[in-house]
Structure formats: C-alpha cells, structure tokens
Design a protein around this ligand. Structure first.
Ligand SMILES: NC(=O)c1ccc[n+]([C@@H]2O[C@H](COP(=O)([O-])OP(=O)(O)OC[C@H]3O[C@@H](n4cnc5c(N)ncnc54)[C@H](OP(=O)(O)O)[C@@H]3O)[C@@H](O)[C@H]2O)c1
Length: 276
C-alpha cells in the first residue's frame, strides 16, 4: 500500500536516501527541511502542522543532535502535532550512547503512535560528508581519543532499514541498534583511507581541550563546539558503545556494509581528492 511520508532531514545523509528509496517504491514523499516547500524548521514549530498535513508516516532526523538542550521539548511538540495531524507511524533516527537521545526515544515510545527507533552508531559518511572531511582533505587529522573503538554504520544500511520499517508493521514498537560489523579506531580509519587513496594522511592524537581550542581558532560556532565536546567526552567511548549489534542482518537478511566497502565506493566518488 502506498503511503504519504514526511522525511524530516530529507536532503541529509540518511534522509535523502530514504526519500529516494520510498519515491522509487511509489510512495508520496514530502521533504521536511528549511529549504523544502512547505518549509520545516526545528527552530519554528509554527510551520510543522503544514508539513505534517495529509501525511501518514514520518521519518524523523533531528538537527543537529537529540542530545542538545531543547531537543526533548521539540520531540514532545512534534509528537503532539503528529497526533493532531493523524500520523500513524513515526520512525526516529537516534544515536547510540546518548542518554539525552534515549529520553527523546521514550517520548516516541510512549506517544501512542506506532513507532520504530533506529539507534545508530556513528556514520561512515562522517568521513566523507561531515565532521572529518576537511581534515582528510588537508592531509592532517588531529583528533582526541585515538584508542576509542567505533563500529561505524553506513548510511546506505540505515536508509534501507528505515524504508523497511516504514513499510512493514512487523517492526512496530521495536528499537533496533544499528552498527557496522567491526569497531575501528581513528588511526585505523585514517590508515585505511590513506592506503586506498594513496595519499599521505597523518593522524595526530590531541587532547579534547586542544581540539576545542582548534575549533575556536577556526571560528566554529559555540553551539557546534558544545556538541563536539559532548560527543567526544560522553559518547565516543561510552560504556557499551563499541558493542556490535546484529539487528541490520536480522531485519535485512544480509550483513551490514563494512568500512572497506564504504572506502572503496567513496574513493571512486573523488570526494577525498584534494583540490589541485
Ligand atoms: N552523524 C552521525 O554519525 C550520527 C550518528 C548517530 C545519530 N545521528 C543523528 O542523526 C541525525 C542527523 O544527523 P546528520 O549529521 O546525519 O545530519 P543530516 O541528516 O545530514 O542533516 C542535514 C539535513 O537536515 C536538514 N536541516 C538542517 N537544519 C535543520 C533545521 N533547523 N530544521 C529542519 N531541517 C534541518 C537539512 O536540510 P536544510 O538545510 O534544507 O534544512 C538536511 O536535510 C541527528 O539527530 C544526529 O544526532 C548522527
């Protein structure tokens, strides 16, 4: 059965793949983002009812992170407005190791609306579409916590999971943990990218305070610095955060993408080639 589905963050790392996959299946997809029409801005609840109007289901990616102050209230408001709009199912993209994100999950879980939670590890694509790309292009990657193991998950897998759970009620009221098949440290990640791009990439271990100082020197906004500090101090090596989950294989019947597959695909996209 075809549905009307609002994809919040529908031009982002997972959202654009979810939106494309659902459209290919014939669903009526509405993108929820500041640049969409109608616009959806997490900072302005007055425009949410228009975006929700006529929709059956919602894929929710919060910006910038469910851990930030105000996220809980925003998710509560979204649930309230979703009920008013008659939304039948919410799929929430959440983050592993984030206590504040778990509080947001609880709001969805107790909303009375059918739901699925996708609680994800850090994405592979942070190295090609986000935080770490500029450092890779510069050739020097200076980061704290070089020993932390992260089972990076691929946004292709997250999107396929989101599409599956949006389509099938057997996943209602479930929480899935999404990880890749293996934990990797930053030096291992950088070595792999260096080998495959045949570039000389140097990993430099630094303290969190040195990292924060560097971000300030680059005039990174303070709320973004707050988030980075939180992620490196509280999430990266949080207890249990490096555990491997088999939920992707359980649901999709195949193994999750490993980091080498992601690196191979990304090398051929050219995104890691420094400008000449
Ligand atoms: N990155 C990770 O490793 C990771 C891991 C686990 C969980 N998560 C969670 O995944 C979620 C998405 O993070 P992401 O890094 O992958 O971002 P993303 O989805 O790539 O973010 C970009 C998308 O968000 C939209 N957007 C930006 N600001 C917005 C606003 N104020 N209101 C509405 N839409 C807005 C953008 O469109 P417009 O510019 O048009 O608004 C775009 O569609 C976050 O909640 C994060 O905590 C991320």
């Amino acid at each position: 059965m075809k549905s009307n589905i609002l994809v919040i963050g529908g031009t982002g790392k997972t959202g654009r793949k979810v939106a494309k996959g659902l459209q290919d299946q014939g669903h009526n997809v509405r993108i929820g983002s500041r640049s969409a029409d109608p616009a959806f801005d997490w900072q302005d609840p007055s425009n949410w009812a228009t975006a929700l109007d006529g929709m059956d289901k919602v894929y929710v990616t919060f910006q910038p992170d469910l851990a930030i102050p105000g996220a809980l209230e925003a998710i509560e408001e979204l649930v309230k407005q979703s009920k008013n709009a008659g939304i039948k199912k919410i799929v929430l993209l959440s983050g592993k190791g984030e206590k504040e994100a778990e509080l947001c999950e609880q709001v969805i879980i107790h909303s009375g609306i059918d739901f699925t939670i996708l609680r994800c590890s850090w994405f592979n694509q942070n190295f090609s579409e986000s935080f770490f790309l500029d450092a890779i292009l510069s050739g020097q990657i200076a980061l704290p916590k070089p020993e932390a193991l992260v089972p990076y998950v691929d946004t292709d897998d997250i999107a396929e999971m989101a599409i599956e759970v949006l389509n099938n009620d057997q996943h209602n009221d479930k929480l899935y943990q999404l990880t890749g098949p293996k934990g990797l440290t930053f030096p291992e990640v950088i070595k792999e990218i260096a080998n495959r791009t045949q570039r000389d990439l140097e990993f430099i271990p630094i303290s969190i305070s040195e990292y924060i100082e560097t971000l300030r020197q680059h005039q990174v906004p303070e709320d973004y610095i707050w988030l980075i500090n939180y992620l490196f101090s509280n999430v990266l090596d949080a207890e249990g955060n490096n555990e491997i989950s088999h939920d992707i294989e359980k649901v999709l019947g195949r193994k999750p993408k490993n980091f080498s597959q992601y690196v191979d695909e990304t090398v051929s996209s050219g995104v890691w080639n420094p400008a000449t």
